[in-house]
Design a protein around this ligand. Structure first.
Ligand SMILES: Cc1cc2nc3c(=O)[nH]c(=O)nc-3n(C[C@H](O)[C@H](O)[C@H](O)COP(=O)(O)O)c2cc1C
Length: 190
């Protein structure tokens, strides 16, 4: 079975992002894809310290739960990030993971970003409360920029606003339909 990587960036257990990640996993399975969920809140990830050691050999000085995840993301065809909006952006725990993507970035060796592959598909499902849409788009932009750095050349997203209660996503057929559509699109990667 082919694989997809779902990253759940919510610190909150049993709420919208958990429901979205489980929903997406089920829908990936319907497309014959085994999706693995990584809950960032359960992972030990040391923040990047900017030592630039990885600009010699592309290996991080920290060996922790980000090491395997980033290695898998670099070679994955499909990935989905599920996250809440925290103060107009991704939660700090997700940003800590993203900063560790720097191990894969080498401006000296590759002249900046390596050319992303359009066949590799990445999606974001963002759940949030009452913020206007434009304040949510910074989170989408950050995720898109970071996953492009890992070589994902095609990127889409779904916004789930007014997800106030823990069970908002579970009770919203419109968001479920949009998320199922996004999963179907990611699954279509070749
Ligand atoms: C620290 C914190 C910051 C938040 N900041 C925003 C925000 O800027 N805009 C917004 O609309 N909702 C904000 N929210 C609400 C969450 O984005 C929303 O409840 C989301 O659905 C939570 O996802 P979860 O159910 O997976 O935990 C914030 C919540 C927390 C705990």
């Amino acid at each position: 079975m082919e694989q997809a990587i779902i990253i759940n960036g919510s610190p909150r257990v049993g709420a919208n992002s958990d429901a979205i990640a489980a929903f997406a996993k089920k829908h990936f399975a319907e497309h014959g894809i085994d999706a693995v969920i990584y809950n960032i809140r359960d992972m030990k990830i040391h923040p990047c310290v900017g030592c630039d050691t990885c600009k010699g050999e592309p290996v991080c000085v920290f060996s922790d739960d980000a090491t395997e995840l980033i290695t898998r993301l670099i070679s994955a065809q499909r990935s989905l990030l599920v996250a809440p909006l925290y103060y107009t952006n991704l939660p700090g725990t997700v940003k800590v993971l993203i900063d560790r993507f720097y191990v894969n970035y080498d401006p000296w060796k590759y002249g900046g970003k390596r050319a992303p592959d359009p066949a590799r598909r990445f999606g974001t499902v963002l759940t949030y409360g009452g913020s206007p849409e434009e304040t949510a788009l910074g989170a989408i932009e950050l995720a898109s920029y970071a996953w492009e750095d890992l070589g994902f050349g095609s990127r889409e997203y779904v916004l789930c606003p007014m997800n106030i209660e823990k069970t908002s996503f579970s009770g919203n057929s419109e968001f479920q339909e949009e998320t199922a559509g996004l999963v179907g699109w990611i699954a279509g990667a070749v």
